[in-house]
Design a protein around this ligand. Structure first.
Ligand code: AMP
Length: 285
C-alpha cells in the first residue's frame, strides 16, 4: 500500500492508472477503522483494480464541536489494518488539501428535501459538509466506483444526489451494514461506549427487527412510537427519532401498502454517544 498526502499527487497517479485501463474504486472514511470499513474495502477490491481509501475527519460535517474534537483517531492501527487488507492507496490529506481556501466557503449544494429530514434536521449543515468533502474527494480521485455503507443510509442518498448534481461519472455501490454478533452496527463512535453500554445499544437492532416482524399487523406510526419507548426502556438517554419511512425519499409512511420498500431509521443517545442505524424492509423479506 502506498500513502499519499497531496491531492495533486493522488490525482496524477490515478489518472495514469485510468489511462492504462485500470478500474478505480474509492472508499472514503473518517478513520478509526473497523470491520464495517474493511468490508467496503474488500468489496472494492472484488469489483475494481486499484482501491483507494481516504482517511479525513471532515470538520464541516460536524455541527457539534465536542463531537468533532472527541472523534476517535487510531491512525497507526488504521494503517496496519489497511496494510493487511487489499487497499492499494491510502489518501491522508491535511485540511489545506481539502479546503485550500478555508472551510468558510459559500458553495451550496441544492439537495432538496432530503437535506432537511432526519439527520439533516437534527444536524443542521451536516449534509452540506458531507457534500463539500465528498465533492473534493471525487474531483481528486475521479473513481469509477465509490463504495458507501448502508449504515449511513440517508448520507448514501445525499451522495447519489451530489453525483447527479456534479455530473461526475461514478457509480455508487451501497454495501450492507456490518454488525457485531449482538446486532449492534459497527461504528467508530462505539469505541467510546463501555462494554455495558455496547450491550444495551444492541437493543436498536432488536427493536428494528420487532418493527419489521409486526408491520403487517400494526400501523407504522404506532410501531415507531413503540420503538422510541423500547429504546428509552433499554437504557438510551434520549431518542432523536425512530421513523418508518419510504426507502426512496425518506418521507414518513402512515400506512404501508405492503409492497414499496420501507426503512426504519433510528438516532439515539447511549450516554453522550449519538448512534444511528437503519433497517431496510422489502416486501416478502
Ligand atoms: P465513516 O468513517 O463513519 O465516515 O464511514 C465511512 C464509510 O464506512 C461510510 O460509507 C459508512 O457508511 C461506512 N460504514 C460505517 N460503518 C459501517 C458498517 N458498520 N458497515 C458497513 N459500512 C459502514
Amino acid at each position: 500500500m502506498i500513502l499519499i498526502k497531496k491531492a495533486a499527487t493522488l490525482h496524477n497517479l490515478l489518472k495514469h492508472h485510468k489511462e492504462t485501463g485500470k478500474i478505480i474504486g474509492f472508499v472514503p472514511t473518517m478513520g478509526a477503522l473497523h470491520q464495517g470499513h474493511l468490508s467496503l474495502i474488500k468489496k472494492a477490491k472484488e469489483e475494481t483494480d486499484v482501491v483507494v481509501c481516504s482517511i479525513f475527519v471532515n470538520p464541516t460535517q460536524f455541527n457539534d464541536l465536542k463531537d468533532f474534537t472527541n472523534y476517535p483517531s487510531t491512525l497507526p492501527e488504521d494503517i496496519l489494518k489497511l496494510e493487511q487488507d487489499p487497499c492499494d492507496i491510502l489518501f491522508l490529506p491535511a485540511i489545506e488539501e481539502i479546503y485550500p481556501v478555508g472551510t468558510n466557503t459559500s458553495k451550496h449544494y441544492e439537495l432538496g428535501k432530503i437535506e432537511t429530514l432526519w439527520e439533516g434536521h437534527y444536524r443542521p449543515g451536516h449534509f452540506q459538509g458531507v457534500c463539500q468533502v465528498v465533492d473534493k474527494l471525487l474531483q481528486t480521485t475521479q473513481p469509477h466506483k465509490i463504495f458507501l455503507g448502508q449504515k449511513d443510509f440517508q448520507q448514501s442518498i445525499v451522495i447519489r444526489k451530489l453525483i447527479e448534481l456534479s455530473g461526475i461519472p461514478v457509480e455508487p455501490v451501497i454495501c450492507p451494514t456490518y454488525r457485531e454478533e449482538s446486532g449492534l452496527a459497527m461504528s467508530s463512535r462505539n469505541m467510546r461506549l463501555s462494554i455495558e453500554q455496547k450491550e444495551r445499544a444492541a437493543s436498536i437492532f432488536k427493536m428494528m427487527q420487532n418493527v419489521k416482524n409486526n408491520l403487517t399487523t400494526q400501523n407504522p406510526e404506532s410501531l415507531a412510537e413503540y420503538g422510541r419507548q423500547f429504546l428509552l426502556d433499554h437504557g438510551f438517554k434520549k431518542v432523536d427519532y425512530v421513523s418508518i419511512v419510504n426507502a426512496t425519499n425518506l418521507s414518513p409512511v402512515k400506512h404501508w401498502n405492503g409492497t414499496s420498500p420501507l426503512a426504519v431509521l433510528v438516532a439515539a443517545f447511549m450516554g453522550e454517544i449519538r448512534l444511528i442505524d437503519n433497517l431496510i424492509i422489502n416486501a416478502g423479506t
